[in-house]
Design a protein around this ligand. Structure first.
Ligand SMILES: O=C(O)[C@H](O)COP(=O)(O)O
Length: 346
């Protein structure tokens, strides 16, 4: 995992190469054998999130409001992408929300999309808004999205529903001028904002020569099994495209190097990305094997909540709705956060 990954959209001489500075703990990416975790095997997020509670034997409990605080941070206190981490602000826990973008115009047409930059459909817009309602009581301090419009639309639309009423603002640091011209001069305004960091490394896997082809027609032409192998196997790439393993190498490395330090610093993070970049991250968080990940399917526009605590990720399923008591009782901190929002709105 120490190969540099360069942004293909900037050519081979990208000014930003990510070289893993931390060892990746994801077993499959280390190339060693994986721990079996049958609990999350064959999970279709969004359709069977309830069964996650059942399989873990945990039932949502009523709201517990105790004196514990969500992290308080000023995410705009530094402007560089890489300098957000403030390890002195270590907190006990942070929320991590993962969300696959809403339906895109090519999802609707059943076309392989990959790196092609396609917007949401009307249904996708509605899914993103619905997702926002589901997470409207969960704290969000920072947002990471891919560089593709469908993920960015999803993040922004979801945040229109958030009760915190902070303004998500895309950080532009592609060059000095972009940094200077997008500066905010009011500390108070910064506090009312949520930084949105966009990065190609969270993009959908590059689908190579399948991009733009109809999935059904491709299966008829090359055979269902071949197409399933291209779409779901871990290490077999589609023609001239990325395998899930290749996608994981950049997406998981980005997660480890850029996002995880924020969680360690107590920041609550939302990631709006794609079916396969998120599958690779979930594979790592849930320690799925390369066999188990084959059955992992993500529905469009369904948020999934993890609690990051003492260096561990605890999957809490998908918040079903803003009124579901169980969502707020996941942890004391979330319950307290929700209670504060309620008190503020009286
Ligand atoms: O890129 C695509 O076509 C989809 O977003 C994901 O497709 P998949 O379900 O075939 O991986």
């Amino acid at each position: 995992m120490d190969a540099a990954v360069c942004n293909p959209f900037l050519g081979t001489s990208s000014s930003r190469c990510y070289v893993s500075s931390r060892p990746c703990v994801c077993p499959d990416l280390r190339g060693s054998s994986m721990r079996l975790s049958s609990e999350f095997f064959k999970v279709e997020i969004g359709r069977s999130e309830r069964s996650l509670f059942q399989s873990s034997g945990k039932k949502p409990s009523p709201i517990i409001a105790l004196a514990s605080q969500t992290s308080v941070s000023d995410p705009f206190s530094t402007s560089s992408k890489n300098n957000y981490s403030d390890s002195s602000k270590k907190s006990n826990e942070a929320a991590l929300i993962l969300i696959r973008h809403g339906e895109s115009l090519w999802n609707e047409k059943n076309l392989f999309t990959g790196s092609v930059d396609v917007p949401l459909t009307k249904k996708g817009v509605e899914e993103a808004i619905e997702a926002g309602k589901r997470i409207s009581n969960i704290p969000v301090d920072m947002i990471y999205t891919s560089s593709l419009i469908r993920a960015q639309m999803t993040a922004m639309l979801a945040m229109t529903q958030h009760r915190q009423r902070k303004v998500p603002i895309i950080l532009h640091d592609e060059n000095e001028r972009a940094r200077t011209w997008s500066r905010i001069y009011s500390e108070e305004t910064k506090k009312q904002s949520i930084p949105v960091i966009t990065d190609w490394q969270l993009n959908e896997r590059m689908y190579g020569e399948l991009q733009g082809l109809n999935k059904q027609e491709t299966a008829e032409r090359y055979g269902k099994e071949q197409v399933h192998e291209w779409r779901r196997s871990y290490d077999i790439p589609p023609p001239n495209g990325e395998s899930l393993e290749m996608c994981a190498q950049r997406a998981v490395m980005y997660f480890r190097n850029e996002i995880e330090p924020q969680l360690f610093a107590g920041k609550n993070v939302m990631i709006a990305a794609h079916g396969n970049s998120l599958r690779s991250i979930i594979m790592c968080l849930d320690k799925l094997t390369s066999q188990e990940v084959i059955s992992l399917e993500l529905s469009t526009g369904i948020p999934l909540l993890y609690i990051f605590k003492e260096g561990r990720y605890v999957r809490r399923g998908s918040p079903v709705g803003p009124t579901e008591a169980g969502v707020y009782a996941y942890t004391r901190t979330l319950a307290q956060y929700r209670q504060n929002l309620d008190e503020m709105s009286y």
